[in-house]
Design a protein around this ligand. Structure first.
Ligand SMILES: Cc1cc2nc3c(=O)[nH]c(=O)nc-3n(C[C@H](O)[C@H](O)[C@H](O)COP(=O)(O)OP(=O)(O)OC[C@H]3O[C@@H](n4cnc5c(N)ncnc54)[C@H](O)[C@@H]3O)c2cc1C
Length: 437
């Protein structure tokens, strides 16, 4: 039986901001830049010593998808970041699909520079572990823990970009139901060196540039499926390979395991299983495919890749029907163009539905029903499991981050409840900064 221990602590308030962004992944670092550029005094809290979220902690590649048939879908600050990354030599925009291959180290540097140039105050190595609320339910502070101990950061408007809706959860927001379906599986990417990236098969597989097709390496998959028992291969996905822009090096996405990443023990066990799998899969590739005969593991992603956990129940829940019909809401603030991509929790299956045209995201899906000063962006927005399976990709997360950042800055300046934001002004500003809505 669990014993409950009550702690009381004196927690200093170490900063007071217009906007506090929790989580420095694709949604979070873009939200912070967007808010700061609108004039908001902005803090960004991140548990690791670098930004980028799944791109840099999980090596998740490519960054999907900024365009649809070469037409830009996610513009503004996200696209500025991509162009800057490419100009630094750390990104490769794959046309016509708008996937972006990247060097994870340059990604970290590029987004850090943009965040600092915008004047954002960074709290790295700081884990969000709670919040305080006023009697009327307003979030007043977030509580972080780091080498200084516990610290509180006060704000007018908060943005939850933790992927797992941690802040919304701590603040008591309602989450969406599971629709009777399991969570999508976790996967740890790993990076291989010594690969023959000049071979036609790997060269084609590591460039995700074909519209309307799943970019996994089909011939390797077919052989692995046929010989799975003989080779003793655990369940796997893909395999997907992606260039890191260095010769002989590819990221590999093929491990998978079912787990709930918001349950610490479940997540810990999954992390250990996936690290074992990464080495197992590397050996399978090395022993069975000519292009990999000299390969070696350069790195296993620092954290297991999380596809799905909590999603907030917002003022509006994006439905599959709205999403696939590209319904244009009166308060559309971002877009999504990636296929609906559902990985089955147990087993190698993946259900992919390609969109006929890019979809829209309403502002109301970034708001928790019960909280007047919280926005959410990225993977934890209010979308049903089907539309989420497209919106979870990184370009879409950057898009919702951008909208949330601008909205937070405007609401902090006007003192408005985020649920009563001036949506016309928000949409005008988003268009001015390059959003395609
Ligand atoms: C196996 C796999 C394959 C995928 N394939 C693709 C793909 O091909 N293309 C694509 O674009 N997307 C892909 N995705 C999806 C994509 O990577 C994520 O959905 C996306 O990164 C979510 O962005 P986010 O900003 O919402 O969250 P995240 O990227 O998870 O960022 C959240 C950030 O918040 C920080 N954080 C979390 N909790 C706390 C806390 N309590 N305190 C402090 N900091 C915290 C994290 O450290 C992290 O930096 C894939 C995902 C997986 C797992």
């Amino acid at each position: 039986m669990n014993q409950i221990i009550t702690l009381s602590a004196q927690v200093p308030v170490v900063g007071q901001y217009d906007t506090v962004v929790c989580g420095g992944g694709p949604a979070g670092f873009i939200a912070a830049i967007a808010a700061a550029r609108q004039g908001a005094k902005t803090a960004l809290i991140e548990q690791y010593g670098f930004l980028g979220g799944m791109a840099t902690t999980g090596f998740v590649a490519p960054l999907s998808v900024f365009t649809y048939n070469n037409e830009k879908v996610i513009g503004g600050i996200p696209w500025e970041f991509i162009e800057r990354l490419q100009a630094m030599g750390g990104g490769l925009i794959e046309k016509p699909l708008g996937n972006v291959a990247f060097d994870p180290e340059m990604y970290k540097l590029c987004c850090q520079q943009m965040v600092l140039e915008a004047g954002v105050e960074l709290y790295m190595h700081s884990y969000l572990c709670g919040c305080t609320k006023s009697a009327d339910g307003h979030i007043e502070n977030v509580i972080i823990t780091n080498k200084n101990g516990f610290e509180a950061i006060g704000g007018k408007v908060f943005i939850d970009c933790t992927g797992d809706a941690d802040l919304a959860h701590f603040a008591g927001a309602e989450m969406l139901p599971d629709e009777g379906k399991p969570l999508q599986p976790l996967s740890s990417y790993f990076i291989l060196g010594g690969v023959d990236t000049t071979s036609p098969r790997i060269d084609q597989a590591m460039h995700h540039n074909r519209q309307g097709v799943n970019c996994h390496c089909e011939s390797i998959r077919d052989e692995l499926v046929a010989r799975r028992e003989e080779l003793g291969i655990p369940e796997f996905g893909g395999p997907w390979f992606c260039t890191t822009l260095q010769p002989g090096v590819v990221t590999v996405n093929m491990t998978r395991t079912a787990a709930n990443a918001c349950d610490n023990r479940d997540y810990t066990a999954a992390e250990c299983r996936l690290r074992e799998q990464a080495y197992q899969m590397a050996a399978v590739l090395r022993d069975n495919f000519e292009e990999f005969k000299n390969c070696y593991v350069l790195a296993v992603a620092p954290t297991a890749g999380i596809r799905e956990t909590r999603r907030v129940k917002g003022l509006h829940v994006i439905t599959a029907q709205e999403y696939v019909s590209a319904f244009r809401y009166d308060d559309s603030v971002s877009r999504g163009a990636h296929p609906i991509d559902i990985h089955v929790a147990s087993g190698p299956a993946q259900n992919v539905t390609f969109l006929k045209s890019p979809a829209y995201v309403p502002y109301r899906s970034l708001l928790a029903e019960s909280l007047d000063n919280l926005l959410v962006a990225g993977r934890c927005i209010s979308a049903d499991k089907t539309s989420f399976a497209s919106l979870r990709v990184q370009a879409s997360c950057m898009g919702t981050g951008q909208a949330a950042g601008v909205a937070a800055a405007q609401c902090a300046a006007s003192g408005r409840d985020v649920r009563k934001a001036d949506v016309a002004a928000l949409m005008d500003t988003l268009r001015e900064i390059g959003t395609v809505i």
